[in-house]
Design a protein around this ligand. Sequence first.
Ligand code: ATP
Length: 512
Amino acid sequence: MTQEELFKVLVAHCKEYGFIFPSSEIYDGLAAVYDYGQMGVELKNNIKNYWWGAMTRLHENIVGIDSCIFMHPKIWEASGHVGAFNDPLIDNKDSKKRYRADVLIEDYIAKLEEKNNKEVEKGRKKFGDAFDEAKFRETNPNCVRNNAKIAEVRKRMADALNANDLKELRQIIIDCEIACPISGTKNWTEVRQFNLMFSTQLGSVGEEANTIYLRPETAQGIFVNYLNVQKTGRMKIPFGIAQIGKAFRNEIVARQFIFRMREFEQMEMQFFIKPGTELDWFAQWKKNRMAWHVNIGMGAENYRFHDHDKLAHYANAATDIEFNFPFGFKELEGIHSRTDFDLGNHQKFSGKKIQYFDPESGESYTPYVVETSIGVDRMVLAVLSHSLKEETLENGETRVVMSIPAPLAPVKAAVLPLVKKDGLPELAQKIMDMLKFDFNCQYDEKDSIGKRYRRQDAIGTPFCITVDHDSIENGTVTLRYRDSMKQDRVKIEELPGIIHQQVDLGVLLRNL
Ligand code: ATP
């Protein structure tokens, strides 16, 4: 299966097994808005709990809050979002399709990288064992030419974005001869800026109604509560505030399923530090966040850092943690050194003093901030796209399995009576009653045992517990493991211990 086909299969699978549904589907859906179903919500909650635990339980100096989506409109002036939270847009006059100019250019660069990868593959075949990939990339004339072009286009784009030079952005698209993927023509409009915030009215319609925005990031709810938390929690710098919550962006290029949505969820942590220490903390949080990802067990090779050429209006250093999605390495999490931009501006706009008094040195200052910001939905997509596999078994049959890391799996164990009689359902229910307080379990007695195993494989249940006639005789059950399909005979009272060892979030946190 190509990566693209795999992605289509994934979207269909997510719907069929209750992970993710298109929003408002009976009304033909709403673009770039998705709902989580009975399996999706469990997976999402497990991801959130893993993050929350890693932040607030493993760090005595990080606490959580839950601030509102609606906030005073001045906040978005202070944060720069009213003035600068823009995407550069360009339309193709023939297809009438709208694109983000920077995304079109990024896609062009990705195509050149793809060409290089093909050259490398050819080289590998030709030279066999003696092949030196790094050297090949440096010396092969086609790779050299493509690399020079990539560097040139990257630099031009970063300069144009930093200078907000929309004419130059358009010129890059013209010079690179980028065509519309739909119409195939190069008939482009000018590039325009478009603000990504959704607005609505607070209060009764009429003159006294205020325009307010749905927050485009959760971070500002943390900044405006900095003083409250610092004082009431008697927090000493360095300390952090973590928050999980919805954010809204009127994304123009909304595509790739839950990768880019208009309503999504973020897990953000703002770490308040002494000015001058930000680059050390930035390095530390890069390390810490990468360790959090790799600890899940989806392969360190599927993550990489991408340092930013173009810095956001608030940052003095920034990197992305990219994940190897079916459509290539793309941003999963952002880590930004935001300086005192936010607290300083809130001080200016609100007129309230937002400072930290350091009891040891006796000085007062506006803290600097290092932020880690990850999209819950992108994390769900990372887990699902990595986990979905179609396997051919020894007997030639195929099975679809979601090898979701066990601590994140929606259902931890399925309890399956072999037949619907002879007291087996009753014993199975007893096992359910034993396990349900600690683990999310499913009871299933319908269809053949093989079919039931397949259903559990498809939703990623790590354990199936089969109750048969011997179970009544000797108190043992068959424990089947999802990934190896190995079956063990174990005592009923051993089940909680075995399951706990594999699925408990605490075990995952302990490995960090
Ligand atoms: P992108 O460049 O992909 O638009 P961004 O750099 O604007 O992302 P940030 O503002 O750094 O993203 O947001 C932090 C995180 O929030 C991202 O790493 C991503 O996981 C998530 N995120 C941002 N926008 C969306 C969206 N429209 N849908 C889903 N998740 C999103």
